[in-house]
Design a protein around this ligand. Structure first.
Ligand code: THU
Length: 146
């Protein structure tokens, strides 16, 4: 196994741990994210729902905002896992691949090079797809426009 694959798997493992913290009393849909900064530091995030539904925060932005609050501004990779609250890791293997919402794609864009930043959509440590952020958010708007 090459080094990148090893690191991808570690990041997916972190995302699986993060998913266990998801607070999802309304949708019962749980998401875990692990965001790697360019120096290798990893930040975890889960989705956090709210009785006022619009106040819900996605897992990806939880990880991102935690990292930014800690002073990190440049990131290389995010791993995402998701599935019904009731699904254990075995059952996640048969659920659809996760997909970050449009708001999270844009939020990540602020702190990432769209051509370089890697988005890992994982069903398990062994089964995942990798995209560049640019592929998920083409022709994107970013800080350099302002
Ligand atoms: N959710 C995420 O955490 N990330 C996404 O990219 C998609 C949606 C959460 C928000 C909400 O708690 C639940 O999934 C259902 O939309």
């Amino acid at each position: 196994m090459d080094n990148r694959t090893k690191k991808d798997r570690q990041l997916i493992r972190e995302a699986l741990k993060a998913r266990q913290r998801a607070y999802t009393p309304y949708s019962h849909y749980t998401v875990g994210a692990a965001l790697e900064a360019q120096d290798g530091t990893v930040f975890r995030g889960c989705n956090i729902e709210n009785a006022s539904f619009g106040a819900t925060n996605c897992a990806e932005r939880t990880a991102l905002f935690t990292a930014v609050a800690e002073g990190y501004h440049r990131f290389s990779t995010i791993a995402i896992v998701s599935g019904p609250e009731s699904a254990d890791e075995e059952e996640l293997k048969t659920t659809p691949y996760p997909s970050p919402c449009g708001i999270c794609r844009q939020a990540l864009r602020e702190f990432a090079d769209p051509g370089e930043f890697r988005v890992i959509l994982a069903r398990s440590e062994e089964d995942y797809k990798v995209y560049a952020l640019k592929e998920l958010l083409p022709e994107s708007f970013g800080p350099e426009y302002l």
